[in-house]
Design a protein around this ligand. Sequence first.
Ligand SMILES: [Zn+2]
Length: 349
Amino acid sequence: MVQWPHRLEDTTVLDLNEEPRRSPLRLLLGLFALGLMAIAGAAAFDLTPDPVRSRLGFTPPPTATLSPLAATAQAQAALAEASAELPEPTDTPTPTPPREDHYWLERPIAPSGTNWVDYSYSYGSRGDGSLRVHRGVEFVNPAGTPIMASAAGTVVFAGDDGVEVSGARPNYYGLVVIVELERRLDDQPVYVLYGHMSEIAVAPGDRVDVGETIGYVGMTGIALGPHLHLEVRVGRNDFAATANPELWLKPFAGKGTVAGLIVSSDGSPVPEVDLEVRRAEQPNITVRALTSYPELEVRPDPAWGENFCFGDLDSGRWFLVATRSGYVMTMPFTVEVGRTNWVTMPVPW
Ligand SMILES: [Zn+2]
């Protein structure tokens, strides 16, 4: 659905020439952008429009590298140039909450198939904008591809969700298997749901081992094409109790996860901010993009409390880029292999 990588130039910008939508703040942004044009060549990326900031009542913490820019049509060029000059990420450690990873899940598809998640419809996102907020992740594979249990547990449901609802409504996930894992998170049960199967290979009450075939990829229920929908539920077996599977799937060799919080100046999570990750050595190429979680529809992970997560990133230095209403903010971070790397990014929205 979404083509990655794309260049920064493709991103939507405010049109300051559109008279009815002009506001004093946007005029201010426009003036700032013109000033930026004049100095962008010499200045580093960390330009901060103090008048705008003070209007927004925003004071960044000293550790953050924040770079709000007004992305008018004129400022796009400046932004692209500034992008190419993103500062070298420093080794300043980002605070990591005292939490442990719970990479309990193996890939549910064999390596001969597609065993990475479909990044165009990440957990908590709306895909191309038209889809329902996603409560799981997709593994896009041909119909009939074997689906393997991601972890050991007991089958608590195996059947047609037209008979027993497991999604938003009847006939949502089609032929479904739900496994309650042997392990529990802080004494809470953890469930893994496998949806849209063409055929089910287990029955309720069966104990399954990791790697055991439990069914086959299909497109039963609501599915645009054959794929496996994998969902993690914590605390109870309920559509409203999902967690981001990318915090549960063991990263591939040489890769790690970044998760964190996009927060406002008062510390509350900011929903549906456009986020991108870029390698430090290729700062104007978007490697992947998604949005921070919407306010009500998905929960943060009980162990992490994040509102965004990118799984399976190469180790090394990266930039997180947040965009809203023409503002672009960046923050450097480092991905260490095999763990969840935490980032807190304050934004003025
Ligand atoms: Zn899905």
